[in-house]
Design a protein around this ligand. Structure first.
Ligand code: NA7
Length: 278
């Protein structure tokens, strides 16, 4: 297939570096973001999702949540309003499997294809093109998107049909919530009993429990730096979505309660800001 024309919608903390990789790889890319200031630096911009859809072969979405997808797809200036066919929409946002299946069905009616392709990894992995990308949707559409996704991720894997990528992502992010809360609780237990946080983190990072997440978030606790790499409000959303999938285990319920409670005051800070609530 000749080089596909790319439409990219959503230039937040994740979407911006991801779209930039596709520009750097030589794809013709047109971007759209609701707040126009975030489009600065990109050559080709569209005035609406509808225009983005009409002008591209593969249209990527990287936005906050189900409500954003609903607006961008069904809205008066949304993807469906373009009334075109033969396009592939790849939704990389973390959303519910339910909305993925709904959007896939609406797009199919017009003769378009859809993949859910959420990512594991945060801003650093997005900047390094090292995301782990899990895909739900038909194999043929997957093969079409794969070469483009490989410019953004270090692993691109199809796990099933529409919604399967979202389901895998929610399982992973429930575990992410346990890691964040677990690290915070261990630091507090040690600190309250006279162990320096720096010492505890050195021990953890040299043990079997040391991993990139614990290393980065441990450093954030030491630096008292809660600027969002992965905003706490996003994990609160993911746990709500996971609950709809049946998350009701002891850890799952505890993490759900903890992050819902923290969202009102700490939602705009990083996930590890959960330590401030505890
Ligand atoms: P950010 O940095 O909070 O960015 C969110 C993006 O979503 C940003 O481009 C927003 O546009 C856009 N957005 C949000 N709501 C809407 C609506 N209703 N319509 C159009 N566009 C919207 O999030 P991240 O980049 O960190 O995360 C993106 C996804 O990856 C998310 O699913 C995470 O869970 C994982 P704005 O600039 O506000 O106009």
């Amino acid at each position: 297939m000749s080089t596909p024309v790319i439409g990219w919608i959503g230039l937040g903390k994740m979407g911006h570096p991801m779209a930039q990789h596709l520009v750097n790889a030589g794809y013709p890319v047109t971007v759209y973001n609701r707040s126009k200031d975030k489009e600065t630096g990109f050559g080709n911009t569209a005035t609406s999702p509808k225009e983005t859809m009409a002008g591209a072969d593969i249209i990527f979405l990287m936005v906050s949540d189900d409500a954003a997808i609903h607006d961008l797809v069904q809205g008066p200036e949304g993807l469906l309003a373009a009334g075109v066919s033969g396009k592939l929409v790849v939704n990389m946002s973390t959303v519910s499997p339910h909305i993925s299946r709904e959007v896939a069905a609406s797009l199919h009616k017009q003769g378009n294809e859809y993949l859910d392709a959420p990512v594991s990894g945060s801003v650093k992995q997005a900047q390094d093109a090292a995301l782990v990308i899990m895909v739900g949707g038909p194999a043929a559409a997957f093969e079409q998107a794969k070469p483009v996704l490989e410019k953004i991720g270090r692993l691109v894997m199809r796990v099933g049909d529409h919604g399967a990528g979202n389901t895998a992502k929610l399982a992973i992010n429930s575990m992410l919530a346990y890691h964040a809360q677990g690290l915070a609780e261990a630091v507090l237990l040690a600190r309250n009993n006279g162990i320096a946080t720096a010492d505890l983190l050195t021990l953890i990072n040299n043990s079997a429990l040391g991993n990139p997440f614990i290393k980065i978030k441990g450093q954030a606790i030491l630096d008292n730096n809660y600027a969002p790499a992965f905003a706490l409000k996003h994990i609160a959303k993911d746990l709500r979505l996971a609950k709809h999938l049946g998350l009701a285990t002891p850890l799952g319920q505890a993490a759900f309660d903890s992050f819902q409670h923290a969202e009102a005051t700490l939602g705009e800070e990083d996930i590890i800001a959960i330590i401030k609530q505890l």
